[in-house]
Design a protein around this ligand. Structure first.
Ligand code: BES
Ligand code: MN
Ligand code: MN
Length: 463
């Protein structure tokens, strides 16, 4: 392991340069005009595996390709599947970026670019950790399989069937994913729960075209008014979602969890300051951490109608639309929620309005086994690289494929985030600390050694 670590130390600058190369590729999976670029990012990842002597596959799907590679099998040792994504979210609004989103720039020890932390930087720590073993020791102490996709940010819909159809190929004891965060700078974490998501677009149509709001206003339903009324009805003043049955399956926070969260450092005042707000909102009876990690939500993600140009225009818009989503927690079922939502909206649709509800994507919430030998191995690896034992946290974001891995492969899932909450994921000026990139790489390399101490037949105790 010493020679592995020294390879990582002496290649610090090279690894940062490689990350910058990947960050220059605008692999925005949601935008069809970027399809060739998105593919190029996948091919770039494959070339990394090729350069370390592996035989990567770039696997076509109905959407963006998957990249698969594996190191040689190591008999009677556990097998790990390492998952990540090379696609990124759209960078807009562009004028808020200090340096352009696809021109990676280092400031103050952070590399700024879209995808820096989510997930190109975090994903590469595992690629570089494996490279370090191969280049210094010549081989790994366990077999590592990589499955890197290009559609995480659009819901992983093509990966889903692939996992089910390739159980043998992907067979493993544990799945390792670095696509989330540490608790805070200097406080590494293991994430044992994620929220799920159900994402929709609601399109309302009224009159056959835009109308003069004086001539016609007051006599027909304005689609923008109808939209805001419907959206407002989806939630009460405390943030409780009003879709019937929405809370039926929600797994409540345990007393133990609430106590552990109270012990975590940081205040709500600091939290407000970090996001630049002067007040907070949320479901009554829960702390900000509990609301973010373990309670379901409703949030509007985009809202469009009427005149958006300069000055005033007295128009009654013919259409209005909104993108919105619910964050879900275990054991809410996205399909059930879609059915309840559709009924809720249809029942309240005012006269003269037609609706279309697009169900963009859905994924259930995640809870992983806490009492697992793999968890203990990860904690030891993190402590060795970050100089401090990790805290156990949940997070509010979603990684749609996680439950599929757990169900189809019967593997333990390790969510090892190297990012920070202020990395600006999905926002302008996304960044990743080059120290976290380095420590993440050291932790990844150490993890393969820790897991090599386990017997592949050891099973976790599901909580
Ligand atoms: N890496 C994030 C998920 C994440 C964010 C986990 C923060 C933990 C903390 C991932 O790339 C992501 O953004 N997922 C989407 C899911 C989606 C588009 C289906 C999300 O959470 O919005
Ligand atoms: Mn991600
Ligand atoms: Mn993301």
């Amino acid at each position: 392991m010493d020679s592995v670590s020294s390879y990582i130390e002496s290649n610090r600058d090279q690894f940062a340069a490689d990350l910058a190369e990947l960050l220059r590729i605008p692999s925005i999976s949601a935008q069809a005009e970027k399809n060739a670029e998105t593919r190029r990012a996948g091919e770039w990842v494959a070339s990394q595996f090729k350069n370390m002597g592996l035989k990567p596959e770039v696997i076509p799907t109905k959407g963006h390709p998957l990249v698969y590679a594996e190191t040689p099998a190591v008999p009677s040792k556990p097998v790990v599947l390492c998952y990540g994504h090379y696609d990124v979210q759209p960078p807009e609004p562009l004028d808020e970026w200090i340096s352009p989103p696809f021109e990676p720039t280092v400031r103050d020890g952070n590399i700024f670019a879209r995808g820096a932390t989510d997930d190109k930087g975090q994903m590469l720590t595992h690629v570089k950790g494996v490279e370090a073993w191969i280049k210094s020791v010549g081989k790994l102490p366990i077999q590592v399989k990589f499955l890197i996709e290009g559609e995480e940010e659009v819901g992983s819909q093509n990966l889903e069937p692939y996992v089910g159809q390739n159980r043998e190929k992907l067979a493993c004891n544990a799945v390792v994913i670095s696509d989330c965060s540490q608790f805070a700078p200097g406080i590494p974490a293991i994430t044992y729960g994620l929220r799920g998501i159900a994402y929709y677009e609601l399109k309302l149509r009224g009159p056959k075209q835009d109308l003069h709001s004086g001539t016609f206003g007051g006599a027909i339903t304005n689609p923008a008014n109808a939209l805001t009324t419907l959206l407002a009805a989806l939630r009460d003043k405390d943030g409780r979602v009003q879709v019937p049955g929405f809370y039926d399956e929600v797994v409540p926070l345990t007393d133990r969890e609430r106590e552990e969260y109270r012990k975590l450092p940081g205040t709500e005042a600091e939290f407000m300051q970090s996001v630049g707000v002067t007040g907070m909102f949320g479901e009554a009876g829960y702390s900000a951490i509990e609301r973010r990690w373990a309670r379901p939500t409703f949030d509007i993600n985009g809202l469009t109608s009427g005149y958006q140009g300069e000055g005033a225009k007295t128009v009654l818009p013919a259409k209005a639309s909104a993108k919105f989503s619910f964050r879900l927690v275990p054991n809410q079922d996205p399909t059930k929620i879609t059915n309840g939502l559709r009924k809720f909206l249809e029942e309240r649709l005012p006269p003269g309005i037609q609706m279309e509800l697009v169900d963009h994507h859905g994924a259930p919430g995640v809870m992983v086994a806490l009492e697992s030998p793999y968890m203990a191995a990860a904690a030891a690896a993190i402590e060795s690289a970050f100089g401090r034992a990790p805290v156990m946290i949940r997070e509010g974001g979603s990684i749609p494929i996680v439950n599929t891995f757990a169900d189809e492969l019967g593997a333990d899932v390790l969510l090892l985030g190297w990012g920070q909450n202020d990395d600006n994921t999905h926002s302008p000026n996304e960044k990743f600390s080059l120290d976290d990139y380095h420590r993440g790489t050291l932790a990844s390399a150490a993890l393969w050694e820790q897991i090599a101490k386990l017997s592949p037949t050891e099973k976790s105790k599901k909580k």
